[in-house]
Each structure stands twice: as C-alpha cells, then as structure tokens.
Design a binder for this molecule. Structure first.
Ligand SMILES: [Zn+2]
Length: 296
C-alpha cells in the first residue's frame, strides 16, 4: 500500500545541548513524547556551512526545496523570504515536486485573517505561503476550520476566539482533524511556529503551555495514525530548547520519522536541505536523476 505522509514543520525546536533527558522538554512534555523523539529521530544540522545564527527564511527554503539556501544567499536570512528565495521556492518545492509526479498534496493550516491576495499585497509571504501560492493556489479559510477541514496554527484556536466565532478544541482534536484531512492526500503539511515564538519570549509559562499542547498533538497523531500513514517532524533551526537566550540556537534539530525506517547513517541525511531528497526519493520513490535539486 502506498504511504501517506503527514509532515509537521516545527519552527524553533532544536535538540538541547545536553540531549533530550534533563532538558526543557523532559520538564514540560510528557515522557512519552520525549521518548518518541529520542527513539525515532536523528539530528540534522541547520547552519548549512555558513557562519551566523540559522534563520527561518533560509532554513525553511532549504527544508522544503533541498537547496542550500544559506550558501546561495551567502548568509542566513530571517523572517519572510525575499525575491531571490521566493524564486527558488517557486522553481521547486516539496508540493510542486510531488504534484508533478501525480501526488495529491495539502497545506492543512487555516488562513482566517487574510486571503492569499491580501497577503500578496502586504508582502507577508512566508516560505509555506509561497509554496502554497505557487503549487496549490488556494488556502483553507474559516469555513474549512469550522468544519474541521483545517487546523489553526495554535492547534486549539484560542488565539482567534476574539476575532472569529470558532469553537475551541483540544490539541487531541486538532490531531484527529489533521489525520482526517490527510486521508484524502498523499502528503499533508502543517506548520507549527509557536515553539519559535515562545523561544523568543523565553517565558516559561508560555513555553509550558505550547510544549504541553504540542506533546498531546504529536502523541495523538502517532497513536491514531492509520498503518499506511507516516508522521514526519522537521524544523528550520533551534530556539525553544535553550531558555537562556531569546535568539535562535545553532543546535541541530530533530528529523523525526514514525511509521517508516529512519535514514541510516550511510544515507547521509545530515543537514536540513537533505530532507527534501529523503522524502521524495526514499518515501515517494522518485528517481534521483529526477529530483532536480538546484545546486547550492
Ligand atoms: Zn524565530
């Protein structure tokens, strides 16, 4: 049976310097979640061989396009991708590469404040929004969210209660909604960035809530996923694992793969830009010669 993939992009979620145990994760997350991460993930680097602190625009571009975006730019670029990075994202990304091979892809995040056109005018296009715009062409709005056909970025919808009439749900329900959405697709992506926001605030109360929700969400995904569904977690750079700084970290990030063998050491998945080829080549069996990875 063909594998279905759910990928969670975890922003600002690195591996603690001293390992998973005795870390912020062992303090604020269920021990099962920490156990899953240590058993089913490998560390990947985020510096891409470039000095400086890893950032989101280049990190996410590398993760979703397979290009060494920091090397191409000569630096780590923060926030939203600029014109050059957007060109790279539009020329190849996980969505477009899968669509080209007849696969069905979905971006599960709900867009309730702005439409794609409004985001375009405001030039507030994240890496994932750029991917969606160039490869899918539409986004899941409030109607989708209300009917459980989208997931809000905070999982529970608490942060939009004041602007939209939505029912607050548990992180467990958010996981079930994501699993239901994924039934109709080969590849479903969800972006979670509150880990990065909490890391920038270095607020233990916020971090405890965010990591608690994330724990429940991921454990439910793993527990309730059908046998043909694999769960991937991958991030762009570290942040929330080190509360002594409000900045991103240079720590490696976990590449978590559940429901499929972890890449062996020989496979050479050592840096975030290697994940693109692993998903296409190893999981979706796209021939290497067909990958079209731009040289970085
Ligand atoms: Zn950040």
């Amino acid at each position: 049976m063909c594998k279905k993939v759910i990928m969670i992009m975890l922003d600002g979620f690195g591996i603690p310097e001293k390992g998973w145990l005795n870390s912020i994760y062992s303090e604020f997350c269920d021990s099962r979640f920490v156990g899953l991460l240590s058993e089913f993930s490998i560390p990947v680097r985020t510096d891409m061989g470039i000095d400086g602190i890893p950032q989101s625009a280049t990190g996410q571009t590398a993760l979703f396009t397979g290009c060494n975006a920091a090397k191409i730019m000569g630096m780590h670029v923060q926030g939203f991708p600029d014109t050059k990075l957007r060109e790279i994202i539009c020329s190849q990304n996980l969505f477009s590469s899968l669509v080209k091979r007849g696969k069905k892809v979905a971006f599960a995040n709900a867009y309730v404040r702005y439409t794609l056109e409004e985001l375009e005018r405001m030039r507030l296009k994240s890496v994932t929004t750029t991917m969606v715009e160039s490869s899918i062409g539409w986004v899941r709005n409030l109607d989708y969210l209300q009917s459980g056909n989208a997931v809000y970025h905070d999982l529970t919808r608490k942060s939009i209660k004041s602007i939209s009439p939505v029912q607050i749900i548990s992180p467990k329900q958010a996981a079930r909604d994501l699993l239901n959405i994924s039934n109709d697709y080969d590849f479903t992506l969800f972006e979670y960035f509150l880990t990065d926001k909490a890391g920038h605030k270095s607020d233990l109360g916020i971090l405890k809530e965010v990591l608690g929700d994330l724990t429940t969400f991921v454990c439910e995904l793993v527990d309730s996923a059908m046998e043909n569904t694999m769960i991937i977690l991958a991030g762009d750079h570290g942040n929330c694992e080190d509360i002594t700084t409000k900045k991103h970290t240079k720590n490696p990030v976990p590449f978590f793969v559940y429901g499929y063998p972890l890449p062996s050491k020989d496979r050479g998945i050592k840096s975030i830009e290697n994940i693109y080829s692993f998903i296409l080549e190893d999981i979706f069996k796209v021939p290497k010669s067909n990958l079209g990875v731009l040289n970085g």
